[in-house]
Each structure stands twice: as C-alpha cells, then as structure tokens.
Design a protein around this ligand. Structure first.
Ligand SMILES: [Zn+2]
Length: 359
C-alpha cells in the first residue's frame, strides 16, 4: 500500500526575509534556475486536484492545499518573491513555440529564443549560445553548472558544453571529473550513477540524487549560474500516477527550501543571489500527456525571488508572457548581454529603470 501524501511543515524562518536584498553586496551573481518538468499551474497554485485525486484512489486527507503541498514555494511568494501564471492574474505564461515538449521548452529557457528549430525531444545538440555559455563568458570554468535528471537536457545546455560542468542523467555530461571535487562529491556522483532509470527511461537519474549533487555544488563551489532540472514529476504523470507526481513535486519544494538556505548564506558573503523556479511545459487536461495537440499544455508558471526581483506575490501578467521572456529576465538580472528574443518580465523586476527601459 502506497504511503499517503502528507502536508509538509511550513518553513521557519521564512526564506528571503524582507529587506534581505539590501544586504547584497557588489559581489558576483549566483543565479539558480530550477525547472520541475511538466508541472501544471493548477497543482502549483490550487493544490491537489480533488477530482483527479478521487479517480486515482487518493484519500480525502491527501487533497492538500497549494500551501500544504509546496510550503517553501508559497512562503517565498508570500514574503519576497513574485509568481506569474496564477489563475485570474492577467494573461498567463506559456511556452513560446508550437510544441510543448521538454527539449523545445528547455531550449527556450536556455537560449532566450522562440525559433530554436527544435519541436521534439529528438533534436540535435544546440548550436545556439545559451545562458550557460554567456555566464561562462564572464566567469571561470567551475562557475557554471547544468545538472539534471533527464539526460536530454545535455543537448540544450550550452553551445560549448566542454567549457562548463554538465551532469545530465546517470552518465551523460561534460567535465564530470570536476564534480568529483572532494570525496563526498564523488560519492554523490557515484550514487547518482546507480540510481534509475525508473520512473524515467534510458539514462534518467533519480531526482533525489540529482538534487543532492546540485545542492552540494551550489553550497561548496558557489557557481555564478546553476541550472537544476528535476524530472520525476513528468515521468510519474506519463505513468498516470498522480500520487507519484505529487510526491515528486513535494520533493521539488523541499529542494527549493534548501536552495534558499544556501542562497541566504551566499548573500551574507556578498553574493547577489536570485532564484527562478519554473517548468518546461504544462499538461493536457487529462493529466497524462502534453504536446501541440493539447494546447492547454502550453500554459506554464514561474516564481522568482532575490536580487533584482520585486516582492509582488501572485502578480498579474500585463500580456501573455513566455519562457523566452523569462530567459531574457535572467539575462537582465545576471548582467548578461541581451540576446535572442522576448523582453525582460517587468512584472518581476524591482528596478523601475528597467521597467521603463523595457516598455
Ligand atoms: Zn513528458
């Protein structure tokens, strides 16, 4: 018998306490982009869907509110962050391209372009410069890391993966030796190599091991840019396992809490720290699938907090926004050159000059 879902404890103290941004010095940036694969805006903002829960044999006590399901994310939204894509808050956030699949979505997020030429999960490695390439251009070889459960993200990671750290899936990546920076780090990488592929396929690595590798890298190596991709939400959804999906989402929320703790420490060292949390695509109304034939699966969501980001809570979008706009926002906050398409999300930015400049 499956272990039931339980409400998670509310984090204490709330991460990113108000005014924390003012503490930030002029040190280098630490930008974390956390992607939770194929997570619906409904679960993020409305909590467990009662009808689907009943259909799947979940107990009434497992129908958690959004805050019970993702306490760290909601504490962040309620204190110092801004969320876009919530119901009845403006025009929504969407994938920009025609096919809401993973590789096209990650390419939008990482290349800041809609026209990536990729509409399936079978695309060749990107030849376009990504956020990772551009963060790398202004930092050192260990300052940019792309770490994910799904091996396919390797193909969206960078035009030049050899210049950064990439660990995608159990065995794929670049410069994996540099993730063995001490015995504990090597042990985490080795544990990851043995963990999977279920609930995924192929070279998929379990989210828990992926997250431990990335969280320790963030705390110890203090990269300027970390992309962390967790994939079990999408995998359990494709198996039509709503409880499995929700548990993977709860794990994602726990990871958010731990990222925030580490960013808090880095901020005290003078780092300018920002966290972005989003997804690569939504899901069809029937939950299991996603794709161009289910246009509702193009709708996504995002949450941001930290340096450069306003505390607006559940904010309204001023127009339909996209993952390309989010990518452009990361460029703006990370002091990267503008490149690709889209415009920084004024709904997220705290600096009024940027707000005016991007209109
Ligand atoms: Zn999928």
């Amino acid at each position: 018998m499956a272990v039931p879902l339980r409400a998670q404890p509310t984090p204490k103290p709330a991460p990113f306490v108000r005014g924390a941004n003012a503490e930030a010095g002029a040190g280098p940036p630490t930008v974390v982009l956390l992607a939770l694969d194929g997570v619906r805006w409904e679960d993020v903002f409305l909590g467990v869907e009662a009808d689907l829960a009943e259909e799947q044999g979940l107990a009434p006590g497992e129908v958690l509110s959004a805050r019970e399901l993702m306490p760290n994310l909601h504490a962040l939204i309620e204190t110092t962050g801004t969320a876009l894509g919530a119901p009845e808050r403006g025009h929504g956030v969407f994938v920009a391209g025609p096919e809401p699949f993973s590789l096209p979505g990650y390419l939008e997020l990482l290349t800041s372009r809609k026209d990536t030429g990729c509409t399936t999960n079978g695309c060749a490695p990107t030849t376009l410069p990504t956020l990772a390439d551009d963060f790398r251009a202004q930092s050192g070889p260990d300052d940019v890391a792309v770490i994910s459960s799904w091996e396919g993200i390797e193909r969206a990671s960078a035009r030049d993966p050899s210049a950064i750290i990439v660990s995608t899936g159990r065995s794929r990546g670049s410069n994996l030796d540099r993730l063995r920076y001490d015995p504990q780090a090597a042990a985490l990488l080795d544990a990851g190599a043995k963990s999977g592929p279920t609930p995924g396929h192929g070279d998929f690595r379990r989210d828990k091991q992926t997250a431990e590798i990335a969280l320790r890298y963030l705390a110890v190596r203090k990269p300027h840019f970390l992309f962390l991709g967790l994939g079990e939400t999408d995998e359990y959804a494709h198996r039509d396992d709503y409880r499995g999906y929700l548990k993977a989402l709860q794990h994602g929320d726990a990871v958010i809490g731990r990222v925030l703790e580490t960013l808090h420490d880095l901020r005290r060292e003078g780092r300018r720290t920002t966290l972005f949390v989003t997804t690569d695509h939504g899901r069809a109304a029937e939950f299991i699938r996603h794709g161009g034939d289910a246009p509702e699966s193009a709708r996504v969501w995002l949450v941001a907090a930290g340096h450069g980001i306003a505390a607006r809570g559940l904010a309204a979008t001023e127009a339909a926004r996209t993952l390309v706009d989010l990518s452009q926002t990361i460029r703006h906050v990370g002091d990267l050159p503008p490149r690709g398409g889209g415009t920084p999300l004024v709904e997220l930015l705290e600096d009024e000059a940027a707000r005016v400049a991007t209109r």
